[in-house]
Design a protein around this ligand. Structure first.
Ligand SMILES: [Mn+2]
Length: 517
């Protein structure tokens, strides 16, 4: 499939950190407050009947956007409708839109509001329960679904969710208990003794070192929706574990590699789109290094294929294939967004546990050519964090300050307004352009490259290239209609290539999530 667009921007220079900016930072707040005061005037002057009518008009438009899965627009219009005349239904609908955007904290706040406005509105309990479930507040969610069933005893979906809450509460207690007591899953892994019988027709990983022949056979085998033998999956995981464990939490990449490297954002189980990147741009090799910036799994139903392919290339070219940890490389996300279900369905719990433990050892950030930091999410809620602070994070078992830094690296998003604000995602923060510039100056860097957010063209350039978002899952979840992109950093320019999606076999995104629950 064709490349859609290639753009080049000048590589940002560190000296720019010392210049005062020629233009003011965008003033989003003032635009909003102008509209707000217009509505305030109307609210003060119109009759209640007219206000309800206005509110209904905005609600109808918002519902239409919701139906078209255009959630940003839906949220904006529900917000306007609420200003004219707040109702439980409006808050509940906005809660659902926020939920779809994975703004779980906002989803919960709206559900609480809906419930306050009308305690008999049954759907609000459902929204409360769903938001609490997504935020990991399983006890609260359980109570929400119990309340719902008191109001509506025959609601089957509520019964299923209540059961799920009970299971998750037990699982969480169990997981917390084993975290303290068990040793590494890799310690007792004996893949050598696993038997491959003659009926297996796929590639064989023989000997100590992975070979190019094996990796390309594997790529092709998986493309035909066939599975690698469990023994070799376990072998790839163990060898990857040994490799990743030795890496620092922040990895420096030299100038020579930086000038050749291709940086990709989220791939989210879209194996056929991943192969398309390789077709467009070249397969990984020592001359064609890659950095994949997290969120390899979940959502797309070929997460196993994506992560195995990337790990196989990592073993083949350890210094030329780099993987950053994303927020989806974690058990909390994998439980809900497909990866756990997919691995248990394709292999077993045991293989899933190996993946989960391996993910804890993926590096959290890279610095290319001492100038660009690459990280999945973004920056921090507090000042003065240094590259050394990131280097020192105990990433497999972070506590206290380390945990806070790790969460921000994996979860934060930029915002157009200055300063720092709590994130609607419930983890990490929103950080302004002033925060980015300060971090760059203090750490003698020229820019940040991050991923984590779907963008229409596959990328977004903020603040003259001080921060670039790159996202590589085109037509995300088979419904976003976005392009994917990847980035190359030259000595003078930063090149961004956008590409469209390709067909994949008929297994829809989130297929394994549905199977599991
Ligand atoms: Mn992400």
């Amino acid at each position: 499939m064709p490349i859609v667009d290639v753009i080049e921007i000048p590589r940002r220079k560190k000296e720019e950190n010392n210049q005062s900016t020629s233009e003011p930072l965008p003033d989003v707040a003032s635009k909003n407050s102008q509209e707000d005061s217009k509505i305030e005037l109307e609210v003060a002057s119109l009759s209640k009947e007219d206000l309800m009518k206005k509110s209904d008009e905005f609600k109808a438009k918002a519902n239409k956007f919701f139906g078209e899965q255009s959630y940003d627009n839906a949220i904006e219009l529900y917000t306007t409708a609420i200003k004219y005349h707040p109702t439980a239904i409006l808050y509940s609908n906005r809660s659902f839109s926020n939920f779809k955007k994975e703004f779980f904290v906002c989803a919960l706040q709206d559900a609480i509001k809906a419930n306050e406005l009308d305690p008999n509105y049954v759907k609000a309990y459902y929204r409360l329960g769903s938001a609490n479930l997504a935020l990991g507040n399983y006890d609260d969610a359980k109570k929400n679904f119990q309340d719902l069933l008191k109001k509506s005893p025959s609601d089957n979906e509520a019964k299923t969710k209540l059961k799920l809450c009970t299971t998750l509460i037990k699982t969480k207690l169990f997981e917390e208990a084993i975290l303290v007591t068990t040793e590494s899953h890799f310690q007792n892994l004996d893949y050598e003794s696993m038997v491959v019988d003659d009926s297996y027709k796929g590639p064989h990983f023989k000997g100590e070192n992975i070979t190019k022949e094996f990796v390309f056979e594997l790529v092709e085998h998986m493309k035909q929706q066939k599975f690698l033998h469990k023994k070799y999956v376990a072998k790839i995981l163990k060898k990857s574990f040994d490799l990743f464990k030795e890496l620092p939490s922040l990895v420096d990449i030299d100038t020579e590699t930086t000038q050749k490297i291709t940086i990709c954002g989220d791939t989210h189980g879209q194996y056929y789109d991943l192969l398309n990147i390789f077709e467009i741009n070249g397969y990984p090799s020592e001359d064609k290094p890659y950095l994949f910036n997290g969120d390899f799994v979940d959502r797309g139903s070929f997460s196993l294929e994506v992560i195995l392919c990337l790990l196989a290339f990592k073993l083949l070219y350890p210094n030329h294939m780099h993987l950053t940890r994303g927020n989806h490389e974690s058990v909390d996300m994998n439980r809900f967004y497909g990866f756990q279900g997919e691995i248990v369905s394709k292999y077993s719990e045991m293989i899933y546990d190996l993946f989960s433990e391996l993910f804890l050892w993926f590096p959290l950030a890279f610095v290319l050519d001492k100038s660009y930091m690459v990280v999945h999410g973004g920056l921090f809620g507090k000042d003065g964090v240094t590259l050394d602070d990131i280097r020192k994070i105990k990433r497999n078992a972070p506590e206290g300050n380390d945990k806070e830094l790790l969460q921000c690296l994996l979860w934060s998003d930029p915002q157009p307004t200055p300063g720092v604000a709590p994130s609607s995602r419930g983890v990490g923060v929103y950080f302004g352009p002033d925060v980015t510039r300060k971090f760059l100056k203090e750490n003698n860097l020229s820019g940040i490259i991050r991923s984590h957010e779907v963008k229409e063209k596959g990328y977004q350039i903020d603040d003259h290239g001080a921060l670039i978002t790159v996202f590589s899952a085109p037509n995300y979840c088979d419904q976003s209609g976005n392009l994917g992109s990847f980035i190359n950093i030259g000595p003078e320019k930063v090149k961004i290539t956008s590409f469209s999606h390709v067909d994949h076999p008929n297994v829809p995104p989130m297929h394994y999530q549905r199977q599991q629950f």
